[in-house]
Design a protein around this ligand. Structure first.
Ligand SMILES: Nc1ncnc2c1ncn2[C@@H]1O[C@H](COP(=O)(O)OP(=O)(O)O)[C@@H](O)[C@H]1O
Ligand SMILES: [Mg+2]
Length: 237
């Protein structure tokens, strides 16, 4: 029997912030199962707050978050993870005092240790470094570890917050190539606009906690006026 595609993600009218301060003022977006959405915008517009709200780390004042039709909004962060949300935060929250392998084990969520081979297959570098401490890793290796750990939980939707930040171009290539091989729904926040638009099917631009544009990624990439307006950058031709 063919399995149903999983990972259809629908966010409607999200209003959220920190304490009483409202940052997101009605953010809506939808990613079909297996789709890839880039979430872009200038610094401070609410991209990280959006992802943090999806995983239950801010105060949500309203709106809905549905994964395959199931409402996640009232669930705890850990229940959302169990329901299929994987999160790679901007801060790369790996444990520096644990080894690479021990870090990965924290992502197993009850799966057997043999699943660790999936991580080493995706990022052979992590296999070579499995006995090294998290604090001994380069920035690129830490990011690979952070991504690999999130994937071990077998998410159906992966949320990535600026995975390329501070990484050398060759490491960005490696990371994007690995992400391109993943078969799941992906929501990517990234400042490297050209790479993000090449990766994604669709794009949503945020400004001051609101969606100001949504459309096909390829179309946005070809529209320098649009990019200039929402990001203040022009891509090289
Ligand atoms: N923990 C926090 N407490 C209060 N305000 C915050 C917090 N984190 C972010 N903000 C504010 O929320 C707004 C959006 O920030 P953020 O979501 O980090 O933007 P982006 O990721 O798009 O750069 C900014 O005005 C920022 O100062
Ligand atoms: Mg951010």
């Amino acid at each position: 029997m063919p399995t149903e595609p999983r990972g259809a993600f629908e966010v409607a009218e999200l209003r959220a912030g920190y304490g009483k301060t409202l940052i997101l003022d009605g953010v809506s977006l939808a990613v079909p199962a297996g789709g890839r959405l880039a979430l872009l915008g200038r610094n401070g517009v609410g991209k990280t707050t959006t992802l943090a709200t999806l995983v239950g780390q801010t105060n949500r004042h309203g709106g809905s978050i549905r994964l395959d039709g199931v409402e996640l909004g009232a669930m705890s962060s850990s229940a959302r993870a169990a329901a299929g949300l994987g999160y790679v935060p901007q801060t790369r929250d790996i444990f520096k005092s644990l080894t690479v392998e021990e870090n990965l084990v924290t992502g197993l969520k009850g799966r057997s240790r043999s699943a660790l081979e999936e991580a080493y297959e995706l990022f052979p570098r992590l296999g070579e470094r499995r006995r090294n401490g998290g604090g001994e890793l380069s920035g690129g290796e830490q990011q690979m570890l952070s991504v690999a750990r999130a994937l071990l939980g077998k998410p159906t939707v992966l949320l990535l917050d600026e995975p390329l930040e501070g990484l050398a171009p060759v490491i960005c290539d490696t990371l994007m190539a690995a992400l391109s091989r993943l078969d799941m729904t992906i929501l990517l926040v990234e400042q490297q606009v050209d790479r993000a638009l090449d990766f994604a099917d669709r794009v949503v631009f945020l400004d001051r906690g609101r969606v100001v544009h949504a459309g096909p990624a390829a179309q946005a990439k070809a529209d320098s006026a649009l990019l200039e307006r929402h990001l203040g950058v022009a891509l090289a031709a």
